[in-house]
Ligand binder design. Structure first.
Ligand code: ADP
Length: 875
């Protein structure tokens, strides 16, 4: 192949693939040409040179063979699909062909501990067929989803790559939403999604019986998605199809509904802003990556099955009570490797001898783990059942075979021998013996020749070009005997060979080759047998991961004084509960919560920053933790399992993204009102804030009524609309609680305790004071506030510090007043001012009339800045 022809060949191969990039092997390098070269030059910081071809010049960039994997990983993790064309020797020349396409969802060489999912979605009568696979561990799930559930599941799994079915690709809105999950969307052949072909793929992989035995027989949409995943994996040539040992159907109805917003709001696995810790961050004490994956999955998928919850909690309880066994268990687990991933490597043929040794070591770990788990300290717990799930006898047989076959410290390469233990194979033993003897002869040669010839500066060596040689220093070259043939002259020495040396050299090379070949053959056979046990290895991986996850929960429970929640038939009753993340950061003031038949809806009031959000999230998290089988941060907790947790909390992140807060808020509210049931837990933090006051109150009011009367969900609703606290008069299962604050000498101290009854509404102004709002503004605000209260016909009883009872009558004129009522009050407020300096007055006026919902954050900042300047000038 001429140099010019290489670019031509590259461009032809590039035309054959729809991958984004092509890496083509040229001897010891993989080369990228033309646009691809420029792109990888940029992405990988590679030097781009020019290659001329047919009178044109093309950019060219290359990476050494041994480093391709590392570079591919970076490209693929950035969302590119890279085709790889390997070079083959054929009759003295060579050919190149694309053997595989590495894509984000099929990248086997990942070092991340998190799962790496590939998903496919098809549309079916308003719902979706959904299949998701982790090729690195062979996990494979398929299900059918309602319209709303698709995004929830996409966020739960967080696939690296999604294959949208043909019927979905025209739905721009959905495509955009799928893209927003950070997945790469790849177009896979339309036929692969067709019912007939997809079913064939699925039955071909798992058998027709397997499909009906898992209840997917009539789930055509799920089968279509599953078939597309299988055929895509096959097409990419990653070679892991056989590691997909079973198709696990799952039903989202088993788990607690946790929509995308809630997963984010509760900061389960990631925080909403920069910094801080997610629930997973503080809870994770796992010692293996598979254990970490399982914990993460469970946090995102709480369940309702009380039997399973009790089983998990029994395990956590046993582990929490057995300190020594627990530590021994964790130490033992830490000695294992990610065996499900090793199984995928074995299946794809990329595992080396060290990987197989790791498989062996992990199988041994299973036995050691079983021993700890079956010890008297833990023996009565269901933990013993966990390690009994994999076929222990089969595991032991495989471990023994690996121990017998593998050398103790094999090299990373699989071609040069040293992989197989002596005593495993007779012919190999003979080869090893002959090889070692020849090497021994070679080792002793220098010494023998020194004493035979009396030459001191004589040594032996081996390199690629000269093979084995005898080297003599220039001062003594006169003394070499006649049978020494000079093969090379160096600056200070000469190199020689002899007939006998050449003969031994040939012998060693022969041994090396035959030993390398035979060992490689034996090793490949061994790897294939490991691959045949992929299902066993996955079972072992799951069992060890579960032990790790449960121990991690036990460690956290013990270290933080958590208790086992009691699952009851109705209500939620938490005594001295804490927020699992915040309690790590501050001295936490514990709080109680009672939601019972007669009080299902709590209105939570209190000044800003008093702890309303924390209180509500803490309770949602306690319910969630109880439903992954964990202990919870509370003195005691009695919880009736919920079927869904819905939140509407804060809108800061959306604000930062420039999305309309009010629109987002309302669509989240709509989703909750549609989806929640009487067994759900609903957390609402400020509803209606993003619009004019009266609109806001009206929406909040109506939403409360609907949740209370129609949905009957267990609800915690924090609001700054004090008017709503009067709802207790109208709705019988609503109760008021507030976060206590103490006001002395005009200073507010947050007590963080939750108490019955509504909050005193005057704290807002004090908080402004605390936050550093200039004194005159605070004083003026107090004036204005007093005036407004009087005007709004709000009945306030008692002085500051006592309970202020607000009665808000739906039919009263003040409620029906439109936004213009605001303006009228503002004007009245101004008319009565006296003795106030003009700047303060104008700032207060501006402050009151600014429509927050209509003003962008940046504009608001500008306004505040200007007000501050005005006030400063006044001083
Ligand atoms: P709000 O929603 O009322 O504005 P937050 O829930 O955001 O208030 O809480 C404000 C701050 O108070 C948080 O930084 C939190 O760390 C702290 N906090 C909240 N509740 C407690 C508590 N029970 N004990 C200690 N600190 C708390």
């Amino acid at each position: 192949m001429t140099e010019e022809g290489i670019v031509g060949e590259f461009l032809t191969l590039k035309d054959e693939t729809d991958a984004d990039l092509l890496a083509m092997q040229c001897g010891d390098f993989y080369e990228f040409f033309a646009e691809d070269a420029e792109l990888v030059g940029e992405e990988l910081d590679l030097k781009v040179s020019q290659k001329s071809s047919h009178g044109s010049s093309y950019p060219m960039a290359g990476v050494p063979l041994s480093e391709l994997t590392a570079y591919l990983k970076v490209l693929v993790e950035r969302g590119y699909r890279v085709a790889v064309a390997d070079q083959y020797e054929v009759d003295g020349g060579h050919e190149r062909a694309i053997e595989r396409v590495v894509t984000p969802g099929t990248l086997l060489e990942t070092t991340e501990t998190e799962a790496r999912y590939l998903a496919a979605v098809v549309e079916a009568g308003g719902g979706y067929g959904f299949a998701v696979a982790d090729v690195t561990t062979g996990r494979f799930h398929a299900t059918e989803l309602d319209g709303d559930e698709l995004l929830t599941e996409c966020y739960r799994f967080g696939p690296a790559e999604i294959l949208p079915g043909p019927d979905l690709r025209a739905d721009d809105g959905l495509v955009e939403q799928l893209r927003a999950t950070d997945a790469t969307l790849s177009l896979h052949a339309t036929e692969a999604f067709a019912p007939g072909q997809a079913r064939q793929a699925v039955e071909g992989q798992f058998g027709a019986a397997a499909v009906s035995s898992v209840g997917l027989d009539d789930a055509t949409a799920a089968i279509r998605a599953a078939g597309a995943v299988l055929s895509y994996v096959d097409d990419t040539g990653v070679g892991v199809l056989a590691s997909m040992t079973r198709l696990q159907p799952y039903d989202t109805g088993d788990s607690v509904a946790l929509d995308v917003t809630t997963q984010r709001n509760l900061e389960l696995t990631a925080t909403m802003g920069e910094g801080g810790h997610s629930l997973f961050d503080v809870l994770d004490h796992t010692v293996t990556s598979a254990g970490g994956r399982t914990l993460r999955e469970r946090l995102c998928r709480p369940i309702q099955d009380e039997g399973e919850l009790a089983r998990r909690a029994d395990c956590v309880e046993a582990l929490a009570g057995a300190a020594l066994a627990r530590e021994r268990l964790r130490e033992t687990l830490g000695e294992g490797y990610d065996i499900a991933r090793l199984a995928s490597k074995a299946v794809s043929g990329s595992a080396d001898a060290r990987d197989l040794l790791r498989v062996h070591d992990t199988l041994v770990v299973l036995d050691d783990v079983a021993e700890v788990v079956e010890s008297p300290e833990l023996g009565d717990s269901p933990l013993a059942g966990v390690v009994e799930r994999p076929d222990r006898a089969e595991a032991e047989t495989l471990a023994t075979e690996l121990a017998d076959a593998l050398a103790a410290d094999p090299p990373a390469g699989v071609r040069e021998g040293g992989l197989i233990r002596q005593g495993y194979h007779d012919e190999l033993d003979d080869l090893i013996e002959g090889h070692e003897a020849a090497l021994d002869w070679m080792d002793g040669l220098a010494e023998r020749e020194q004493s035979r010839l009396g030459i001191t500066h004589l040594s032996t060596g081996r390199n690629k070009t000269d093979g084995y040689y005898i080297q003599v220093g220039n001062s003594e070259t006169d003394e070499v005997p006649d049978d020494y043939d000079e093969i090379k002259s160096l600056k200070n020495a000469k190199r020689y060979t002899t007939e006998e040396l050449a003969e031994r050299e040939r012998e060693i090379f022969r041994f090396e080759e035959r030993r390398g070949d035979l060992e490689h053959e034996l090793f490949t056979g061994l790897r294939e047998r490991v691959a045949e046990h992929a299902e066993l290895l996955q079972d072992v991986g799951r069992a060890l991961a579960e032990c790790d996850t449960l121990s991690s929960l036990a460690v956290h429970a013990v270290e933080n004084g958590w208790t086992r929640p009691e699952l009851v038939v109705s209500g939620i009753d938490i005594e001295a509960g804490r927020h699992p993340v915040v309690e790590q950061e501050v001295e936490f003031v514990p709080n109680d919560l009672t939601l019972a038949a007669e009080r299902e809806f709590l209105l939570v009031t209190g000044p800003n920053m008093s702890g309303k959000s924390t209180y509500m999230r803490q309770n949602a998290l306690i319910a969630l933790l109880a439903q992954i089988g964990s202990f919870v941060p509370a003195r005691s907790a009695r919880i009736a399992p919920v079927d869904g947790i819905y939140t509407r909390v804060g809108a800061l992140d959306e604000l930062a993204q420039g999305r309309s807060t009010f629109m987002v808020e309302m669509s989240e509210l709509a989703n909750i009102l549609h989806s929640a049931t009487e067994d759900s837990l609903v957390i609402l933090d400020e509803v209606g804030r993003g619009t004019a006051t009266y609109d806001g109150i009206s929406i909040a009011w109506a939403a409360t009524e609907y949740l209370h009367n129609e949905v009957r969900a267990k609800t915690l609703f924090a609001t700054h609309y004090h008017e709503l606290t009067g709802l207790t008069e109208h709705l019988d299962r609503v109760a008021n609680v507030h976060i206590a604050a103490d006001e002395r000498n005009g200073e507010v101290t947050f007590l963080r305790t939750v108490e019955e009854g509504p909050a005193d509404r005057s704290y807002g102004v004090h908080v402004a004071d605390l936050a550093g709002v200039p004194g005159p503004v605070v004083e003026r605000s107090q004036d204005v506030l007093a005036k407004l209260r009087a005007e709004k016909a709000i009945e306030a009883r008692g002085s500051s510090g006592e309970t202020v009872q607000t009665v808000f009558d739906l039919d009263s004129a003040s409620f029906r007043g439109s936004a213009s009522a605001d303006g009228g009050q503002a004007a009245d407020g101004n008319a009565e001012t006296d003795g106030t300096v003009p700047a303060v007055e104008s700032v207060v006026e501006a402050l009151r009339t600014t429509d927050v919902a209509e003003t962008s954050p940046v504009e608001l900042m500008g306004k505040v800045e200007r007000w501050q300047e005005e006030l400063d000038d006044e001083r």
